[in-house]
Ligand binder design. Sequence first.
Ligand code: ADP
Ligand code: MG
Length: 257
Amino acid sequence: MAEKIVITSGKGGVGKTTVTANLGMQLAWKGRRVLLCDTDFGLNNIDVVTGVEKKIVYDIVDVVEGRCRAKQAVVQHDTCKNLYVLASNRSRPDKYISPQMVRMVLDSLSGLYDYILIDSPAGIDAGFHRAAASAESALVVTTPHISSLRDADKVISVLRSYRMKKTGLVINMVRGDMVVEREILAPREIGEILRLPLVAIIPENDGVFLNRPRGEAEKAFRMLAETVAGGNPGVLDATRKYSGLFGGLRRSLRKNL
Ligand SMILES: Nc1ncnc2c1ncn2[C@@H]1O[C@H](COP(=O)(O)OP(=O)(O)O)[C@@H](O)[C@H]1O
Ligand SMILES: [Mg+2]
């Protein structure tokens, strides 16, 4: 049976879909069978981020409404063969699908995968509950910015009622140079404020924006996949590049960009 993990945040645009896609891909490269399920009916884009959008024929609403079987709605990634995507409702964002319905669909697919990663919409209303109700673990994504932290805090308190087996914190878009200069909170401080175990630090990186993480960002996603799979690689030190003499040079170069 698959371990079902919801990826949530509170605030939009902080990287839930990016984390879902890249964690899924890294787990798949490690040989795990992974299904990405999009439960964001409004800003649904996991199919686009993973590049499978042209292959999608059915979505989760078609499954719930009996137009196809769950297996028929799942598409396989072209190059990463262990990665599969179940798209969310593409045409009717206001359609109501209950958390129980999503759970039934995912339970019926659970035996086929090692992990089901559920990409949640922003906020803590119906869409959030639709995503969280099927999961046994959660990853809360935040950036180091205050507005994102406040929304993450709200989500964490709502998540408590779900009694997840594990909840971990992913801090995304971390600028190591700004941490060194104390312009933003250090990831460790954020973990303490939100009182969640820190499972990943993902640096801000142009490659992520282009859906092709490279270098440090790719390494950070690989470390997260290892943590999720039960290893203990720790988290990326995003400040290392910016410490010492050469780090100081890199900091001033980045500032003057
Ligand atoms: N670590 C990162 N570095 C740079 N850009 C990022 C990073 N993570 C996400 N992004 C970009 O930020 C935008 C929002 O990310 P997305 O994953 O869609 O957020 P959400 O799903 O939480 O709304 C996207 O354009 C994405 O490419
Ligand atoms: Mg998203």
